[in-house]
Design a protein around this ligand. Sequence first.
Ligand SMILES: Nc1nc2c([nH]c(=O)n2[C@H]2C[C@H](O)[C@@H](COP(=O)(O)OP(=O)(O)OP(=O)(O)O)O2)c(=O)[nH]1
Length: 161
Amino acid sequence: MQHATLCYLLRPDAEQVLLIRKKRGLGEGKLVGPGGKVEDGETPGECVVREVEEEIGVTPRDPEKVGEFRFVFGEDPRMFVHVFRAEDFAGTPEASPEADPEWYDYDAVPYDEMWEDDRYWLPHLLDGERFAGEFVFDAEGDELREWDVETGVRELDALRR
Ligand SMILES: Nc1nc2c([nH]c(=O)n2[C@H]2C[C@H](O)[C@@H](COP(=O)(O)OP(=O)(O)OP(=O)(O)O)O2)c(=O)[nH]1
């Protein structure tokens, strides 16, 4: 299965999270965290730093993996996503050909402009929880059909076995 990463940069004191409007690729037009596909020979931790640098020009420091989910379209397991959070980073978020970044208050995250599954796990990340989940969409990826999320997960990567 293809592996990918997502990174949520946080300002915990201001209770704000950085989201990007994705300009191309899977999920174009949606609000997501920066991230992308894990390349051969790369760990998810290396991928997430590279993707955040490429997409918004900042370097996350010590990104912490806090969640993972499997993303299925119809019968087709599409993506295994490693989700990170980081409270510290070098640089100032800037727009790129791939992404327009913007800070959002935790209580004003526009879930209706995001992937349908995000409302079931992003609140856990903002609450400082760890989670693992599975989301089954229709074959076109338009509609969420089934979902399952577990929180308080101590050992991530459980779904890979
Ligand atoms: N927020 C959110 N992001 C998702 C979901 N499913 C899913 O694959 N993603 C993310 C993980 C990846 O960051 C991205 C998929 O990778 P992509 O194909 O768009 O990667 P990319 O544009 O960066 O392409 P590349 O540069 O790696 O080739 O979408 C989801 O349900 N919610």
